[in-house]
Unconditional design. Structure first.
Length: 123
């Protein structure tokens, strides 16, 4: 499947299958919305993937340092592709237990990339 024109929202992107899918889909050229709890971790990832801005979280939530590692791995594995990982990745600090935050994250991703083709919801 050609992922180069697909926009994928991944919840729980900081670890496990969410992390693995984020890295794999980035390598296949997908545009990603990486959602996880933690504004501090999201801002650190933004710096790691070329200074990409992240949205402010609707609520204060606990940082997830593992997201920094995800962003670094994506950057390393996609550095030879057209466009940087920062241009194809939007960091969305949100807790899926908060419906308002989840809606805001999805709206932000659609605003940036125009659509959402795939939702991967790690529970």
């Amino acid at each position: 499947m050609d992922w180069s024109d697909k926009v994928v929202l991944i919840t729980g992107a900081s670890s496990g299958i969410g992390r693995g899918l984020a890295v794999e889909l980035a390598c296949r050229g997908a545009k990603l919305g990486l959602m996880a709890r933690g504004a501090a971790a999201q801002k650190a990832i933004g710096a790691a993937v070329g200074g990409r801005r992240s949205t402010d979280p609707p609520v204060s939530i606990v940082p997830s340092p593992a997201l920094l590692e995800v962003a670094q791995e994506i950057e390393e594995k996609t550095s030879s592709q057209n466009g940087t990982a920062a241009q194809r990745t939007l960091l969305l600090p949100a807790d899926v237990r908060d419906a308002k935050a989840l809606r805001a994250a999805a709206d932000r991703l659609r605003e940036e990339f125009g659509k959402i083709d795939v939702l991967i919801a790690k529970v």
